[in-house]
Design a protein around this ligand. Structure first.
Ligand SMILES: Nc1ncnc2c1ncn2[C@@H]1O[C@H](COP(=O)(O)OP(=O)(O)OP(=O)(O)O)[C@@H](O)[C@H]1O
Ligand SMILES: [Mg+2]
Length: 250
């Protein structure tokens, strides 16, 4: 399928209702002309519900450990609350949005990353359900819950999922919308352009930390595997007013 844009909506943006509303309106406009696949995370909403249910968060090297109880909450929040909220908001803008998870149609079949519990690393991406939706005039909204070979749910980093889907589609564009103006340098200024050869140093020197690590590594993967344009942009400024970082091969 040609001319696909994959957009990853950062869960970090669900904290900012204004930004979310603007994003949905822009997306509704852009989707009239472009074929879009929307993938989303939902970190802050997951944290909120884990706190409400008094489930303790465990971390391994700064990454959340997903035990059985946490996985239940992750799936309910991502595939239930966040996915249905984004889908409904798009429908309210006149878009034929359909909310699914990466479990549906076995979109992301994963191996388990044992050190993190029920966290999946996609090994096979099946895009036929997504293609069928697009061909039918629907707008796919995909939560980052995948499946293993025994059909058990797995929590996938949404950046990783968006990237794997973009690679499988040979997408023209992969856009990560997040709560910062792209990748920032040590003085908190946006780095306008990053070459993939610079990524490891930015991580080693701890300029890039936390949630930006899987994001920049995902960008590098996408560029290496042929996605033509890869961006990390500020979701608060929106998609139209580009404010962020472009990741290039050279
Ligand atoms: N050099 C950097 N430039 C910009 N942000 C950075 C940098 N290093 C670390 N970060 C952190 O990365 C965060 C973005 O990643 P995060 O995983 O929190 O959001 P997200 O991926 O948009 O949301 P979600 O993971 O819920 O889908 C920023 O809010 C910032 O705190
Ligand atoms: Mg993240």
């Amino acid at each position: 399928m040609k001319n696909i844009t994959v957009i990853k909506f950062g869960g970090s943006l669900t904290k900012n209702k204004e930004a979310q509303k603007k994003f949905i309106q822009e997306l509704a406009q852009i989707s009239q002309k472009q074929k879009i696949v929307l993938v989303h995370g939902g970190g802050p909403e997951i944290n909120k519900f884990l706190n409400r249910l008094n489930i303790e968060s465990k971390f391994v090297n700064g990454l959340r450990y997903t035990d059985e109880q946490t996985l239940e909450v992750v799936e309910m929040v991502l595939s239930g609350k966040v996915n249905k909220m984004l889908t409904a908001e798009l429908i309210a803008c006149g878009i034929k949005a359909v909310g699914i998870s990466a479990k549906d149609g076995s979109i992301a079949v994963c191996d388990v990353k044992k050190e993190l519990g029920f966290v999946g690393e996609p090994t096979k991406i099946n895009i036929s359900l997504i293609e069928n939706l697009i061909n039918g005039g629907f707008f796919p909204v995909i939560s980052s819950v995948g499946i293993d070979k025994t059909a058990h749910a797995l929590n996938i980093n949404a950046d990783t999922l968006a990237t794997n889907i973009a690679i499988e589609f040979k997408a023209d564009k992969l856009i990560f919308l997040t709560d910062v103006a792209g990748v920032l340098d040590k003085n908190k200024n946006t780095i306008k352009e990053i070459k993939i050869t610079e990524v490891d140093d930015l991580i080693k020197s701890e300029i890039i930390t936390g949630g930006m690590i899987p994001k920049i590594n995902s960008c590098k993967q996408a560029v290496l595997k042929g996605v033509k344009e890869v961006y990390i942009i500020d979701g608060v400024s929106g998609i139209k007013q580009f404010n962020g970082t472009v990741i290039k091969k050279q």
